[in-house]
Design a protein around this ligand. Structure first.
Ligand SMILES: Nc1ncnc2c1ncn2[C@@H]1O[C@H](COP(=O)(O)OP(=O)(O)OP(=O)(O)O)[C@@H](O)[C@H]1O
Ligand SMILES: [Mg+2]
Length: 266
């Protein structure tokens, strides 16, 4: 039996529900339905899956997908050791055998020929074929696949195959409403509510510039970073520059527009 204790989340991660995502995920988990978490960067997808794994008492195995990832990186490979060659399960196989939630972060970054290894696991077969070992692994009853997906960032070349997409249910994430977002910032950055509210107002302006030169407005993660700088005694105007303006644009006009937006909110 595979022991996945190292992948268990021991203490409750802080997660503030934004909509009905917790109920939706629990319902999907009942039948181990594959779930896609869809939304812009820094809006809480990773935190949510950590929270759900904790809540459901399941181990969580996370794989950060990238262009050079091969099917062997997911499934496993033979490696040379002092006794000859030995098989080493990859993270996906570990999750399949041990009944973990396997979270494939930024799945679109992986090449499509890599992504297809999850196909037999995400339909009613629920099996994984280890070709190099001539082994068919039946998924543990608790095994579930979760993927994250940032819509809009990828080109046509970098998208999921239709046959991959159609295996998943998707929960859409966005930025929380201002009240909830301020609560999250207050808690995560340990700032007062007034500061959190100011940061949220600045974010709203930044998000309005999306499509007008900015690819994406300031995320919740950026607001927390700004809050952490404020908590470390950096004046709020400077903290916002460092955490919310400079990272996202090199364009002097946009920087001026964002700087003006910050000043207007203080
Ligand atoms: N609903 C929420 N409850 C608690 N914390 C949140 C919530 N939403 C966002 N956060 C905070 O925002 C930070 C960024 O969220 P997270 O890392 O989950 O983003 P993500 O959607 O996975 O982004 P990416 O696509 O870049 O990986 C978290 O570390 C957490 O502090
Ligand atoms: Mg993430």
């Amino acid at each position: 039996m595979t022991n996945l204790d190292a992948y268990r989340i021991s203490s409750e991660p802080f997660y503030r529900a934004v909509d009905s995502e917790i109920e939706l995920f629990e319902a999907a988990h009942k039948s181990r339905m594959p779930v896609m978490l869809k939304g812009p960067t820094g809006c809480g997808k990773t935190r949510f899956v950590e929270y759900m794994a904790w809540r459901l008492g399941k181990p969580l195995i996370t794989v950060s997908c990238h262009e050079d990832m091969t099917a062997s990186d997911l499934v496993g490979r033979y490696l040379l050791d002092s006794h000859g060659t030995a098989w080493h399960d990859g993270p996906l196989t570990l999750a399949v055998r041990g009944g973990a939630i396997c979270y494939l972060d930024e799945i679109v970054e992986a090449r499509q020929d890599t992504t297809v290894v999850i196909h037999s696991l995400t339909d009613d077969r629920r099996i994984l074929t280890l070709e190099k070992r001539n082994e068919v692994v039946k998924a543990h009853p608790d095994f579930q696949v979760v993927i994250s997906y940032n819509p809009g960032y990828q080109s046509v070349l970098k998208d999921l195959k239709e046959s991959t997409k159609q295996r998943f249910s998707a929960i859409a994430f966005g930025y929380p409403n201002s009240d909830v977002e301020a609560e999250i910032i207050k808690r995560e950055a340990a700032v007062d509510r007034r500061t959190a509210d100011t940061l949220v107002r600045i974010a709203a302006r930044s998000r309005n510039l999306k499509g007008h030169g900015l690819e994406e407005g300031a995320s919740t993660r950026m607001l927390i970073n700004a809050g952490l700088l404020v908590a470390a005694d950096i004046p709020i105007e400077r903290a916002c520059q460092v955490a919310m303006v400079v990272p996202i644009t090199d364009d002097p006009d946009l920087r001026d527009a964002l700087t003006g937006a910050i000043a207007a909110c203080l």
